[in-house]
Design a binder for this molecule. Structure first.
Ligand code: SAH
Length: 325
């Protein structure tokens, strides 16, 4: 819901009216009709002039594991995908997109293969969460869908700052980045809320990382890691490291040792991610992943292996590419 437009329409009204509308939407209201503390006249005006969502739902798929993927279109026709992951322990985590497509071209990621369309507005980001909030309460959000949030810093942060109203505290909000330094620096300097930072690392050396992620040529590892250290100093929250396991590419014991040299286990928490097929690579075998994990363990890390969710509906990490359109 475009709250700027709501504010415009409600301009003759007392200022708290916009807040009332937002509170209803954030708690999962399905229409203006439900907003009973607004007069019927106001509700009708809103209905006429402000679309209830900035996004149109085009397609929805449900995985055998309960994961749901929604494909939306923006009002100018650009595809956006978001994912809801229900976990056995009761957590409901939503994965949001910050851009339609992505201008970065990480070799293993499907989103990088599609054309970049544009940055999403804060409202387009929030409407993905509200879509799922209308189905059930949600309590975690990860900015790990399409796009690079640090390339769309203002909208991503504006959206993240409104998530507590939707039921998701900053501590349960994670922003994932390739290490796009201009945005990452602002994140460290300007965002005082304890929003979690995740770094898509995927390689322990500049040479290998540049091969996998061209953005590394622009913002090399030492500068990105330095920014993560600054985040830790200021926020005292560990940085999550995402490491996608590519067979024969970045999954040897040498690579594990390289990681252990690069990262301080007191500051970084490594999350190994099984590769979700996107065409270019093969995923590491279970044994290889187990050895890699052991090696990190011996170096003082407590690595985790990410559960793969929604692979059957192409909703898993790196698979969002709006193909179900
Ligand atoms: N651009 C941001 C936000 C997207 S997060 C970032 O890269 O951090 C999506 C995560 O899924 C990233 O860690 C990304 O590297 C990872 N990913 C991309 N393709 C993948 C694949 N095929 N299998 C598993 N993970 C993948």
């Amino acid at each position: 819901m475009d709250l700027e437009l709501v504010t415009e329409v409600l301009a003759p009204e007392p200022a708290y009216r916009t807040r009332q509308v937002w509170d209803w939407a954030a708690r999962g209201a399905k229409s203006y009709g439900e907003m009973t503390n607004l007069s019927v006249g106001l509700r009708e005006q809103l209905e006429e002039r402000v679309p209830f969502s900035t996004l149109e739902l085009i397609h929805e798929a449900k995985s055998v594991d309960g994961t749901m993927k929604a494909l939306f279109h923006t009002s100018d026709g650009h595809p956006v995908e978001a994912v809801l992951m229900p976990f056995r322990d009761g957590r409901r985590s939503v994965c949001l997109s910050s851009q339609s497509g992505c201008p970065l071209t990480c070799t293993f990621c499907a989103t990088g293969q599609m054309q970049f369309r544009r940055n999403l507005t804060a409202w387009e980001i929030l409407d993905q969460a509200l879509h799922f909030r209308r189905l059930e309460p949600i309590d975690h959000v990860v900015f790990m869908g399409m796009g690079e949030p640090m390339l769309n810093f203002d909208a991503a942060i504006t959206a993240a700052r409104r998530l507590p109203d939707v039921g998701v505290t900053p501590r349960r909000t994670t922003i994932s980045t390739v290490g796009w330094l201009p945005g990452l620096r602002r994140f460290v300097d300007e965002v005082e809320e304890p929003i979690r930072l995740a770094l898509s690392l995927h390689a322990p050396t500049d040479a290998l990382r540049s091969e996998l992620m061209p953005v590394n040529d622009r913002y090399p590892l030492d500068e990105v890691i330095a920014e993560c250290l600054r985040y830790y100093e200021l926020r005292r929250r560990k940085v999550f490291v995402e490491y996608v396991m590519l067979a024969g590419v970045n999954d040897s014991l040498d690579h594990a040792r390289g990681l252990a040299q690069l990262l301080d286990p007191k500051i970084f928490k490594v999350n190994m991610i099984p590769y979700n097929p996107t065409g270019m690579f093969a995923g590491s075998s279970r044994e290889t992943m187990a050895h890699f994990k052991d090696a990190l363990h011996k170096s003082g890390f407590s690595p985790t292996l990410r559960l793969t969710r929604g692979r059957d509906i192409a909703a898993a990490c790196g698979q969002l590419a709006a193909t179900s359109a």
